[in-house]
Design a binder for this molecule. Structure first.
Ligand SMILES: Nc1ncnc2c1ncn2[C@@H]1O[C@H](COP(=O)(O)OP(=O)(O)OP(=O)(O)O)[C@@H](O)[C@H]1O
Ligand SMILES: [Mg+2]
Length: 807
């Protein structure tokens, strides 16, 4: 394997680091914690994913990297005849081969699987081959003997033999348990033989029993064949007899009914004849009834007439009384001319009233007019008085030299004249006013002639009303007299009618006789009822005689029917005892048949069971055979497993035996090279403790540095061995801080040695924090951590610069 190029993005403290690797010896130099081991870690991570990195997946992302920035490692390397490029992030991986554009694997798992197959190494083998980890040399040296043996066994892959052997043992013990189970499940052959002979005997017995049962069934069938015709005949005969007997019973029932009917008719006939006799007696009792009924009819008519006459007499009295009252009332009526007189008087009073009314109204109108006129005049005077008074006061106020209120000029010498004029006017007004005030007083009440005229009118009004009331009263009486006249005429007509009706002779009516006749007829009513009842019964006699004759004929017919049926039954010769005997025989025959059938079914079932028992024995024999075959096979396999286990133990022993000399030889070669031939050999004892031989002699005491050299030689030998077993050339060596306690001289020797091994290891990468180790490197790559940003970067100074740094 050859590494060409490595690129880290946000992988631990590397933000974006890019390194080109070449052949030869490359030194990666930098202070502690600058990110050197991280570069190796990135290579392993690219190949095998998170399990190959330190810490957890979350710790891979660079602290301080922008959120969601990608974490990514790209590695270009050569392996065999091909070139590969692997790109791996936290969630995605791709593997490209020989610069092809499409990947040969494109998921985290698929890339890891593909690379594991290409390298032919597991992750652990990869580390133990190409990589010698930091502190690994000293760790191996400090191991106990068994741990060291186990470590070697593990790194060389011998551990897998142990795992295989353990698995083998688990399988072997399962197989052993199965073998034992199969052996235990095998049946005893003697037991199987005994079971088989018992089953055969059972089969023979069952066959015999089936034959006997068959014979029994045949015998039963023969017996039934003989009995069946007899049984059928007996059944038929019985059915006929039962049917005829049924008919006979029906006929007997009819006979009984006919007899009953006949005797009932007989009884009824006797009753009818007795009724005839009784009817004759009753009829003699009822003989006077017809004449009595005729008399009662006459008497009833007479009674009616008598009652009518009485009613007319009452009417006559009533009419006469009313007529008397009308006549008395008529006498109170006024003379016919009284109404006309009263009407004339009303007219004359009305005429007087009209002229009195006109007169009174005229007088009142004149008075009212005078009074209003006086009022008006007085008001006019009052107004004038007020005006003149005001005028005089204004002139008085203005004085003779003041402006005249009317002409607005001073009155001067006219002042007194004007005042005198005004005084006189006021005097005249006062005199007139006094006159009119008196007149108002006089006209305040209606004058006597007005009151007299109105009095006259009122009196006439009352007279007119009284006269009209009288006229109305007289008109009512005239009306009543007309009505009374009509009533009287009607009553007189009715009275003469009643008189006419009562005018005839008085009819004769004997009330006592009427009562006596009625009582006699009522006393005969029960006899009449009894006679009617008897008549109905007596009248049936004739019909009953005919009916009784018919019933007698029906009775004889039914009796003859019964006798004929009894004779037919007797003629059939049926015997119940015979029938029962055949029935019993038939039932027995059938039961025997069923029993025989059941026995046959049972024996057949037993035969089938016996056959099954024989088959079971046969099956068990086969099962035993099969089980025994499998047990033998398991036994053989178990033997094989034992053999294999032994062989694996032997192989491990052999491998362990050859491992030591082989490792010793390889390590001796490296040791000689490392010490420039000073130490010739490196021997490993049983505990894999290395002993250095100096000139063929074991070196009793060695320094710490010498021990480091021995351990390095041994580690290189192990790497060589693993690579050879994986079929890969150990072309690459990565050594992380392997100098341990080596002094300057030894370190130079180691570097020299590594250069000297160039034919075996074309690419060697050596990591160290020791700045002075740079001579002899083909290339030096410096790793620097910027403390302020926490980001590591790499630089590749020219070799002269390095010398300068080293100085
Ligand atoms: N995700 C991360 N982001 C930033 N720094 C990290 C991260 N993970 C680890 N580190 C730092 O990386 C450093 C370890 O780096 P590494 O092991 O490569 O150092 P080194 O150069 O090999 O040192 P030494 O010479 O001591 O072996 C530690 O200081 C650790 O804090
Ligand atoms: Mg380190």
């Amino acid at each position: 394997m050859q590494i060409h190029r490595l690129r880290l993005q946000n992988f631990r403290q590397h933000a974006d680091t890019h390194i080109e690797f070449g052949a030869g010896l490359t030194g990666i130099v930098g202070p502690n914690g600058s990110g050197k081991t991280t570069l190796l870690e990135a290579i392993a991570y690219a190949m095998y994913g998170t399990p190959a990195a330190r810490g957890t997946r979350d710790s891979l992302r660079r602290r301080g990297a922008p959120p969601r920035s990608s974490v990514r490692v790209e590695l270009d390397f050569g392996l065999g005849a091909h070139e590969y490029r692997v790109i791996r992030g936290l969630n995605q991986a791709e593997l490209y081969q020989d610069g092809e554009p499409s990947p040969i694997a494109n998921s985290l798992g698929a890339v890891t699987d593909k690379l594991t197959r290409l390298l032919g190494m597991t992750r652990e083998e990869f580390f133990n081959t190409y990589f010698t980890g930091q502190k690994e040399l000293s760790v191996m040296a400090s191991m106990s003997a068994p741990d060291r043996a186990r470590f070697l066994s593990r790194v060389l892959g011998y551990e897998r033999l142990k795992v295989a052997q353990d698995r083998l043992k688990v399988k072997r013990s399962a197989l052993k348990a199965r073998h034992e189970l199969l052996e235990a499940g095998l049946r005893d052959t003697a037991e199987l033989d005994a079971e088989e002979s018992q089953a055969m005997i059972r089969l023979a017995d069952a066959q015999e029993a089936v034959a006997q049962a068959d014979a029994g069934v045949a015998a039963g069938k023969a017996r039934l064949a003989e009995l069946t015709p007899r049984w059928e005949h007996a059944q038929q005969l019985r059915e006929t007899v039962l049917s005829l007997d049924g008919e006979r019973r029906v006929s007997e029932h009819h006979v009984h009914a006919a007899r009953e009917k006949f005797s009932a008719l007989d009884r009824q006939l006797i009753e009818a004849l007795a009724a005839q006799e009784k009817l004759a007696q009753l009829n003699s009792q009822l003989e006077p009834l017809a004449s009595l009924r005729a008399e009662r009819e006459t008497l009833e008519k007479q009674a009616e007439l008598f009652a009518a006459r009485k009613a007319y007499e009452v009417q006559r009295q009533d009419h006469q009384a009313r007529l008397k009252r009308i006549q008395e009332r008529a006498r109170l009526m006024p003379a016919p001319e009284a109404l006309a007189d009263a009407e004339n008087r009303v007219q004359s009073v009305k005429d007087a009233l009209q002229s009195a009314t006109v007169d009174a109204e005229a007088k009142r109108t004149a008075w009212v007019r005078d009074a209003q006129e006086v009022q008006t005049k007085r008001q006019t005077l009052l107004d004038q008085y007020k005006d003149v008074t005001e005028q005089r006061e204004r002139i008085l106020e203005a004085g003779a030299e003041g402006a005249c209120p009317t002409c607005s000029r001073p009155l001067g010498k006219d002042y007194e004249v004007v005042l005198g004029l005004l005084e006189r006017q006021l005097e005249a007004i006062r005199n007139n006013g006094n006159f009119y005030r008196q007149r108002i007083g006089q006209l305040a009440e209606a004058p006597t002639e007005v009151r007299a005229a109105e009095q006259q009118r009122d009196t006439l009004e009352q007279d007119a009303a009284a006269a009209m009331v009288e006229v109305q009263r007289l008109a009512d009486l005239v009306q009543e007299r007309t009505t009374l006249t009509k009533e009287r005429e009607a009553l007189e007509a009715k009275l003469s009618e009643v008189e006419a009706l009562l005018g005839g002779s008085r009819a004769a009516y004997d009330e006592a006789r009427h009562h006596a006749v009625r009582a006699t007829i009522e006393a005969l009513d029960p006899v009449v009822l009894e006679a009617e009842r008897m008549k109905v019964t007596a009248e049936r006699a004739e019909g009953l005689v005919a009916e009784a004759e018919r019933a007698e004929r029906e009775l004889s017919r039914r009796e003859a029917e019964v006798t004929a049926l009894a004779e037919r039954i007797a003629g059939l010769g049926y015997d119940e005892a015979d029938f029962k005997a055949v029935h019993v025989a038939m039932e027995e025959g059938r039961n025997a048949g069923h029993e025989a059938e059941k026995v046959l079914v049972r024996t057949r079932a037993e035969y089938a069971a016996a056959e099954e028992a024989v088959a079971t024995v046969e099956r068990r024999r086969k099962e035993r055979h099969e089980l025994s075959r499998r047990a033998k096979k398991a036994g053989t396999e178990l033997l094989l497993y034992h053999e294999l286990d032994r062989a694996l133990t032997d192989l491990r022993t052999d491998l362990n035996a050859t491992l030591r000399p082989e490792l010793s030889d390889l390590a001796s070669v490296f040791l000689r090279d490392l010490t420039n031939g000073r130490y010739s050999d490196l021997e490993l004892d049983e505990s894999y403790v290395a002993t250095i031989l100096e000139d063929g002699e074991p070196k009793g005491v060695i320094s710490g540095g010498e021990e480091d050299v021995a351990n390095l030689a041994l580690r290189l030998a192990i790497s060589q061995m693993i690579a050879e077993r994986a079929g890969q050339p150990l072309s690459l060596l990565v050594l992380d801080e392997i100098f341990g306690s080596l002094d300057e001289e030894r370190r130079v020797a180691v570097v020299e040695l590594l250069r000297g091994l160039a034919d075996r290891f074309p690419q060697v990468i050596l990591i160290t924090h020791i700045e002075s180790v740079n001579e002899g490197f083909d290339r030096v790559i410096r790793v620097v951590l910027d403390p302020s940003s926490g980001v590591s970067t790499v630089r590749e100074p020219a070799v002269e610069d390095m010398e300068h740094v080293a100085a």
